[in-house]
Design a protein around this ligand. Structure first.
Ligand SMILES: [Zn+2]
Length: 242
C-alpha cells in the first residue's frame, strides 16, 4: 500500500447544503445538487477512500492519511438530515456537521436576501450523532467573531460547545469559525473554550496538522465538476495549485 508523502495534505471538504429543487438554492451558491453529491461519494467509495472525523484522528493521531478525507457541513441544515444522511448510510460514510445551536434557521442569510432554510431538529441531530456523524460547534448565533469582544467570543464559542454536548451526549471536540472570521485571539479563545481542533475556510497552513486551530478546508460548490472534485480529494490539491 502506498503511504502518504511528506507534502500530502488531508483533504477537508467544506459543504453547506444539499438541494434537489431549483426554488431553494439562493444566490450565495452554498449548496451542491444531490445528484452531484451522490456522484462525488460514489467516486470516493469506488476509489477506496475512507471518511474520517476528528474523533478518529484524536484516537489515532499518527494515522496514515492516504486516501482519507473529511467531509464537513456547516450550519446544520435540515437537508443534511433529509438528503445527506441517506447517502452517508448507503456508503457507510461519516461526516462532520458544525451546528448553529440557538437559531432554527439561517437568519443571517435571510437578512441578505437568501431564502429561509430550517435547521435540523434536536432529535435529528441526535440520530445522526448516534450513527457516527461528528457534531461540532459553529457558535450559538452564527456570529462573525471578528465583530465581537473577547467576552462575547468566549460566550458564543463555549456556549456552542455546551449546547452541542447536550444534544449529542458526547464531547464536542471541533469547531468551525462562522464566515471564516478568525485571528490569533479568536484561535486562543477557541482553545480555552475546550475545543481540540478548529476549521477555517480557505485560510491556514496548506499542510494538515500544522495548526490545529486553523485547519484549511476546500469548498465544494455547484460549479465543482468531477475532475475538479478528484483534484480536491487527491491530497495534492494545494501543492498543485500553489
Ligand atoms: Zn456557517
Amino acid at each position: 500500500m502506498q503511504s502518504a508523502s511528506p507534502t500530502y495534505s488531508l483533504p477537508v471538504l467544506l459543504y453547506h447544503r444539499i438541494v434537489n429543487k431549483q426554488s431553494i438554492i439562493g444566490k450565495h451558491k452554498v449548496y451542491v445538487w444531490e445528484k452531484d453529491f451522490e456522484k462525488q461519494m460514489q467516486y470516493l467509495k469506488d476509489n477506496g477512500y475512507q471518511t474520517i472525523t476528528f474523533y478518529d484522528l484524536q484516537k489515532e493521531p499518527k494515522m496514515d492519511l492516504y486516501k482519507k478525507v473529511m467531509i464537513t457541513f456547516d450550519d446544520g441544515y435540515l437537508d443534511n438530515y433529509e438528503l445527506l444522511f441517506p447517502i452517508l448510510k448507503k456508503h457507510g460514510f461519516k461526516a462532520i456537521i458544525y451546528l448553529v445551536t440557538r437559531i432554527d434557521h439561517n437568519a443571517w442569510g435571510v437578512k441578505e436576501g437568501e431564502p429561509r432554510i430550517n435547521m435540523m431538529s434536536a432529535a435529528q441531530v441526535k440520530e445522526m450523532s448516534d450513527y457516527g456523524v461528528e457534531m461540532g460547534g459553529h457558535t450559538q448565533h452564527h456570529v462573525d467573531l471578528l465583530r465581537h469582544n473577547a467576552t462575547e467570543q468566549l460566550s458564543e464559542i463555549k456556549g456552542s460547545k455546551e449546547d452541542v454536548e447536550k444534544l449529542t451526549g458526547k464531547p464536542a471536540i471541533s469547531f468551525a469559525y462562522p464566515f471564516g472570521g478568525i485571528n490569533e485571539d479568536i484561535k486562543q479563545i477557541t482553545k480555552e473554550a475546550g475545543f481540540t481542533y478548529a476549521v477555517s475556510t480557505n485560510t491556514g497552513p496548506k499542510e494538515f496538522g500544522k495548526d490545529w486551530f486553523q485547519i484549511r478546508r476546500i469548498e465544494v460548490t455547484p460549479k465543482t465538476n468531477m475532475l475538479s472534485f478528484k483534484n480536491k480529494v487527491s491530497g495534492r490539491y494545494f501543492t498543485l495549485l500553489s
